[in-house]
Ligand binder design. Structure first.
Ligand code: LLP
Length: 423
């Protein structure tokens, strides 16, 4: 990624020294490169053009409003999974006609709001949810644009915690149940039945599960059409993986080829929902070494970022690369275990063998942290949610200020006691 480079020995994002940004914005903070996001979006949309598929960014990967606005300005739609994500997309100026709503547990209030703003599509994940959508549409006197999310029973060959398309996973409706359900839904005046969706999992590095899933989807479309049912749209899900070691990830031309081979000829309106691939490589988590200590045979560096800021290592065993902010010529090749201050044994970023000597006050960055970093952060241990910074065109700005305890304490002012009158 040419937006990240060592210039005169300093790690720079789009030509700006990360260390100098950290002189102005206290660590830890997330830092994103706008041009890296734009380049990724442009590359993917170029490769997808022959397939006719359009992109709905999976907001959960990075839900900062400035990031959403940046993608929206490139004509991206949005894939949301909650009322909160809907409000973020709307705040970023995304037209509701470009928003699709996924997720297994949409509440009546969320469905009402989505239909109220004129959402493009709701991806239905169960019969019970379908009943609620129908009911809400009837009360609102509108037609709900829906697709059914199919569980195609495909092994995405990814981490067990982020695989979603196997039989028994909580996602989607079993493929063998769709035909009957689709026919029934087609008769409801409250439902504007548009088609089908699949999403088989996240962080796919091997593309062949997509082919399997899309082939199953295409054969289902043919069956539905032979039943005389219309299928106009297919939502092909997200999941394109990235390499966390800066290696070469999945080839998006090959991904587009799979779409072309399997579903393009059906003549449906196609969408994909990538999250990680668009924003993951564009972000880093900048942190500072607080202390060094010897733990057994290893030297442990305790940094000011922790598992609550970046959950992926402790939750999935993910390893994010460490980037020293200064390149050292005499690559001293020191080994460190890097950990955060949170009181959990799993608050470990990893063990790294090839770092320059670290000292108290040395800053480092964890790379590939633009996706599922800030958006998954919590304030565990009463640590403030950290700032997010965007670099664009030789400038930077804070796009989310760091939370302070004064933001949080007022939420915990108790209400007056209430009683329940029992008989
Ligand atoms: N569409 C749906 C319906 C999804 O559930 C997801 C992700 C996506 C699209 C986007 O997937 P992506 O292109 O980003 O792989 N927290 C985990 C990832 C969880 C993904 C959940 N669903 C991680 O940090 O690896």
């Amino acid at each position: 990624h040419d937006s990240f480079a060592y210039l005169n020995g300093e790690l720079c994002i789009e030509g700006l020294s990360v260390d100098e940004i950290a002189d102005k914005v206290p660590t830890p903070f997330y830092c994103y490169s706008a041009s890296t996001i734009r380049n990724a979006y442009t590359l993917l949309s170029d490769r997808l053009r022959p397939t006719g598929a359009s992109i709905c960014f999976a907001v959960k990967a990075n839900s900062n409003i400035s990031v959403l606005r940046l993608l929206s300005e490139l004509e991206s739609g949005m894939d949301i999974v909650s009322g909160g994500e809907l409000e973020r997309a709307l705040a970023a100026g995304v037209p509701p006609s470009k928003i699709v709503f996924s997720g297994v547990g949409k509440t009546r209030a969320e469905i009402t709001r989505a239909l109220g703003v004129g959402i493009h599509q709701i991806n239905v994940e169960s019969r019970a949810e379908l009943d609620v959508i129908r009911d809400v549409a009837r009360i609102m006197n509108c037609r709900a644009p829906i697709v059914f999310r199919v569980n195609p029973d495909v092994d995405a060959q990814t981490h067990a915690k982020i695989s979603t398309g196997k039989k028994g996973d909580k996602f989607g409706i079993a493929i063998e149940e769709i035909r009957e359900l689709y026919a029934k839904a087609a008769e409801s005046p409250e439902l504007d039945l548009q088609g089908l969706a699949v999403h088989i999992g996240s962080q796919l590095l091997n593309l062949s599960p997509y082919r399997t899933a899309y082939v199953r989807l295409a054969s289902l479309v043919k069956k539905l059409r032979s039943d005389g049912l219309p299928v106009r749209r297919l939502d092909l899900g997200g999941g394109l993986g990235i390499r966390y070691d800066f290696g070469v990830g999945p080839n998006v031309s090959e991904y587009a080829g799979i779409i072309q081979d399997t579903v393009t000829s059906l003549g449906c309106e196609l969408t994909v929902e990538p999250g990680r691939w668009l924003v993951g490589p564009a972000g880093m988590l900048v942190t500072e070494v607080l202390y060094l200590k010897e733990t057994g045979d290893t030297v442990t560096a305790i940094v000011d970022a922790a598992m609550n800021d970046l959950m992926r290592p402790s939750l999935y065993g993910a390893i994010h690369p460490v980037l020293p902010l200064q390149s050292s010529d005499d690559r001293a090749q020191c080994a460190y275990q890097i950990v955060g201050p949170v009181c959990e044994t799993s608050d470990v970023f990893g063990s790294y063998g090839d770092l320059p000597p670290l000292h108290s006050g040395t800053r480092v960055a964890f790379g590939c942290a633009g996706a599922y970093g800030a958006s998954m952060a919590s304030s565990y241990n009463s640590r403030d949610l950290i700032a997010e910074v965007l670099v664009d065109g030789g400038r930077f700005r804070v796009i989310r200020r760091r939370q302070t305890i004064d933001d949080l304490l007022p939420l915990e002012k108790p209400t007056p006691w209430s009683t329940i009158n029992s008989c």
